[in-house]
Design a protein around this ligand. Structure first.
Ligand SMILES: C[S@@+](CC[C@H](N)C(=O)[O-])C[C@H]1O[C@@H](n2cnc3c(N)ncnc32)[C@H](O)[C@@H]1O
Length: 224
């Protein structure tokens, strides 16, 4: 298996080190729970088979478990991040561009901040969206949250370029390092909103589309 874009085999990359100090697991869980509830997760059947792609250290899975979901899986390339999860979900080390899961076998696929890491744009985006479409049941759902070019994100990016601001607020320094490590992928992602939306809309009917505060939230159903 090839190395994850953000990891060095057997060690912790600069990006991972910054990611792990950007937010505590508790802060991540609070953020994920707020997002999931806003996107209707409280109404999803509790026996749904849910896969969290690009799951990192799995805090989204912890939240889903506390909400009563029991059939949970996480997929990520990084053994270092996967190894930090502790809980009942099945954790799979794999590339989300080529998911090792059967066709039409899952009810909900969640992605929170993974697509903007893919090295090939837009072909890797197509590969992941096609993989998601393949593993979802016909009445399944994609729940997606990714960074988006909004005035708020531009302001945060501006502030993260100021060294005094990074000293005064350490999470901003972690954010700065992550952006440095993700560039130019991050810039390519932020610079192509229409391409991304067209790719989503060609495969999924839109249930929710909410853009603001530096994020896109999209919930869609596979198109027949
Ligand atoms: C920004 S983190 C998001 C983690 C988690 N979803 C969260 O919001 O905290 C992106 C994650 O994607 C993973 N990743 C990057 N490319 C990947 C790929 N092609 N397949 C699977 N995971 C990948 C990285 O290892 C990292 O854990």
């Amino acid at each position: 298996m090839s190395n994850p874009p953000n990891t060095v085999s057997g060690s912790q990359s600069r990006w991972e080190e910054a990611f792990l100090r950007f937010e505590t697991p508790e802060q991540e869980r609070r953020k994920f729970e707020g997002r999931l509830r806003k996107l209707g997760a409280a109404d999803w059947p509790r026996n749904s088979e849910i896969v969290d792609l690009f799951c990192g250290r799995g805090q989204n899975l912890v939240v889903l478990q506390t909400m009563g979901f029991t059939r949970l899986e996480g997929v990520d390339l990084s053994p270092n991040l996967l190894g930090r999860y502790s809980g009942p979900a099945r954790m799979i080390q794999a590339d989300c561009r080529d998911l090792p899961l059967p066709d039409a076998s899952r009810d909900i696929v969640v992605v929170q901040g993974g697509l903007h890491h893919l090295p090939g744009f837009p072909q890797d985006l197509d590969r992941v969206l096609d993989s998601i479409l393949r593993i979802l049941r016909p009445d399944g759902r994609l729940v997606l949250i990714e960074p988006w070019d909004t005035p708020f994100l531009r302001f945060v990016l501006f502030c993260s370029g100021i060294s005094l601001a990074r000293i005064l607020w350490p999470p901003l320094d972690a954010f700065h390092v992550m952006v440095e490590e993700e560039t130019p992928l991050y810039q390519k992602w932020l610079g192509n909103p229409e391409v991304i939306l067209a790719r989503l809309r060609s495969r999924f009917g839109t249930e929710i589309l909410d853009i603001g505060w530096g994020r896109i939230a999209f919930v869609g159903r596979p198109k027949a």
